[in-house]
Design a protein around this ligand. Structure first.
Ligand code: C5P
Length: 215
């Protein structure tokens, strides 16, 4: 079975529902909404069965601060495997030190190359591309809602892991991002707002499989 879904959890959900999704997902992405609603300890309890169990736990706080503050944030979320940061904050005094810190902990850094919403301006992608090239993160976040920019990012970074949000609730079609170069599709609301999350995720996997067979 295709294993290309990173489940974005931005709402409180039942632990038993999450546990039942285990075999269908590659990893979990945790955002501010969940963390602020239930706190760090409850978040750890919720994702407990996924930690150190071959499932990547990605902390999506879109870090965008000075090095010291970002390192302090990461140090309080050590249960995660990976952390997402913005690229636009630049290198010296920010991403250089964050990358070093995350490397020392044998964790992974993802940098945002482009956002999935309409208002994001890709005109400054050349600047972002330069930052990503210099920092050399483990992976890149690139949007499923803008397939041409996703394709460009894949071409510019042929060996990086690309994770792609914007599918389902934000309009992207299941499987499209995989066809345009993403390694994984980040999917949240389409699954956790469904009345039948397991049925929904099975349907999504099937749609992804059908799509990649013809792209
Ligand atoms: O619920 P939905 O499937 O839209 O979830 C997408 C997730 O990916 C959300 O957690 C959102 O914050 C995140 N994200 C995004 N666009 C980006 C980066 C992250 O939608 N460019």
């Amino acid at each position: 079975m295709l294993n290309k879904i990173i489940f974005a959890i931005d709402e409180v959900l039942d632990k038993s529902i999450l546990d039942n999704l285990f075999e269908y997902i590659y990893g979990i992405k945790i955002g501010y909404p969940l963390l602020l609603k239930i706190g760090v300890n409850e978040t750890i309890n919720l994702v407990h069965n996924f930690i150190k169990n071959d499932k990547e736990i990605i902390m999506d706080l879109k870090l965008a601060d000075i090095d010291n503050t970002m390192k302090s944030i990461v140090s309080q979320l050590e249960f995660a495997d990976s952390y997402i940061a913005h690229s636009f904050i630049g290198i010296e005094g920010a991403l250089d030190e964050l990358k070093k810190y995350i490397d020392e902990k044998n964790k992974k850094l993802y940098l945002l190359a482009s956002m999935s919403h309409k208002g994001w301006n890709d005109n400054f992608y050349p600047y972002i591309k330069n930052v990503i090239s210099k920092i050399d993160p483990y992976g890149i976040v690139a949007p499923a809602t803008k397939l041409q920019i996703l394709k460009t990012i894949r071409k510019d970074f042929p060996k990086k892991i690309i994770i792609s949000p914007g599918i389902g609730a934000q309009g992207g079609e299941f499987g499209d991002a995989l066809c345009y170069g993403a390694d994984y599709e980040i999917i949240g609301r389409s699954i956790y707002t469904s009345k039948d999350p397991i049925g929904k995720i099975k349907e999504i996997v099937k749609l992804q499989e059908e799509k990649i067979n013809v792209c």
